[in-house]
Design a binder for this molecule. Structure first.
Ligand code: SF4
Length: 352
């Protein structure tokens, strides 16, 4: 295996133009940091981390809304563990004692077991997570459960890539595309990158070899000026994706404008409930007073999420902000860039 990796790195090293390649998956961010890939590839191939950590891209106002909602007497907030320590404007979710669940089905079960409570599931995640939540909503409707709700804070990856591709400031030359999201949506929704922006993309898996193969695919496409969307993860990703999962997803939700931390509003980059399921929308059912959202002071997470800054550019990195004392979401989440740099060390040629 080491021999194959060395061969791939040698092939990448033959490419001598300066390029910025972005990974847009939090699991890739962690895998790249853990295996030290940034230090293995030549300096002219710069790897940027993109907005691939779902907790990190969730805007402050959503966190504040959920914290405010948790104060409702009859409401029990249910969420995945990563969310609870994300700082809101005035406190964290942890301080209002949410119930940690491992799947949306756990939240639905809690609703059925506690009919006198309103169980609200915090719907954060990309296309990997949202079909499971959609399936749970369908189940809740079939079972006639009226005390189960979802905060629809999901995000869609292709519109975010479109935003990044259009940005001269970010200046990305190719994308390592997410393995998990692509098992659901396939590779076809990324075609616009190659066709409209002449940018190559490659869907890769999570082993160091897979990621190196993805980087090689991108630099080759750039060198030969043949941008396309390559799949180096064919055992699980098909061009057309998972049709059944997409069908359930769009039975329950439709694409809607959504706000991203560090980016702002991106058209049709989130999900809203379709009419027949709107009774499950927590944001329509419960109105609460939410404080004016204020980003954590000194935190540059928004710029880190766009690859404009590295975590080590942040003055708080490793001092006031650590995984034990996180100031911003990029240090809280197990998929955040700051947490990855803290855990595995900054790569040798990290630049300001
Ligand atoms: S190190 Fe902490 S404060 Fe700085 S950008 Fe990362 S999460 Fe924000």
């Amino acid at each position: 295996m080491r021999h194959i990796a060395q061969e791939i790195i040698r092939a990448i090293s033959r490419f001598n133009a300066d390029v910025n390649l972005m990974e847009v998956c939090g699991t890739h961010t962690m895998a790249i940091a853990r295996s030290g890939i940034r230090g293995m590839v030549p300096e002219n191939v710069k790897l940027l981390s993109g907005p691939g950590c779902p907790v990190c891209v969730t805007p402050q106002e959503t966190i504040d809304y959920v914290i405010a909602l948790a104060q409702h007497e009859d409401v029990v907030i249910t969420t995945f563990g990563d969310m609870v320590r994300v700082p809101g404007t005035e406190s964290t979710l942890e301080q209002v004692a949410p119930k940690i669940v491992y799947s949306p089905l756990d939240a639905l079960t809690a609703a059925q077991e506690s009919p006198d409570k309103n169980i609200v599931f915090v719907g954060v995640g990309f296309e990997t997570t949202s079909p499971t939540v959609a399936a749970t909503v369908v189940l809740a409707q079939e079972r006639g459960v009226s005390n189960f709700f979802v905060v629809p804070a999901f995000k869609l990856i292709p519109p975010a890539l479109d935003f990044i591709a259009r940005s001269p400031k970010i200046n990305v030359h190719g994308f390592l595309l997410p393995g998990h999201v692509s098992t659901i949506i396939g590779s076809e929704p990324y075609k616009f990158l190659a066709q409209q922006y002449k940018l190559p993309g490659c869907v890769t898996g999570f082993e160091p070899i897979d990621i190196l193969q993805g980087i090689l695919s991108l630099v080759r496409q750039i060198a030969q000026n043949t941008p396309s969307i390559d799949i180096e993860y064919r055992k699980v990703v098909k061009p057309e994706g998972n049709k059944k999962a997409l069908e359930i997803l769009y039975d329950v939700f439709h694409a809607a404008d959504a706000r991203w931390r560090g980016i702002g509003m991106i058209k049709k980059s989130g999900l809203a409930f379709n009419k027949v399921f709107k009774q499950f929308d927590a944001t329509k059912r419960f109105s609460v007073d939410v404080p004016e959202p204020v980003e954590p002071k000194g935190c540059i997470c928004g710029k880190v999420l766009l690859g404009l800054n590295s975590p080590v550019d942040c003055k708080l990195f490793g001092t006031q902000c650590t995984p034990l004392t996180p100031v911003g979401p990029c240090m809280v989440s197990s998929e955040g860039s700051c947490a990855a740099y803290y855990k595995y060390g900054a790569p040798p040629h990290t630049t300001k």
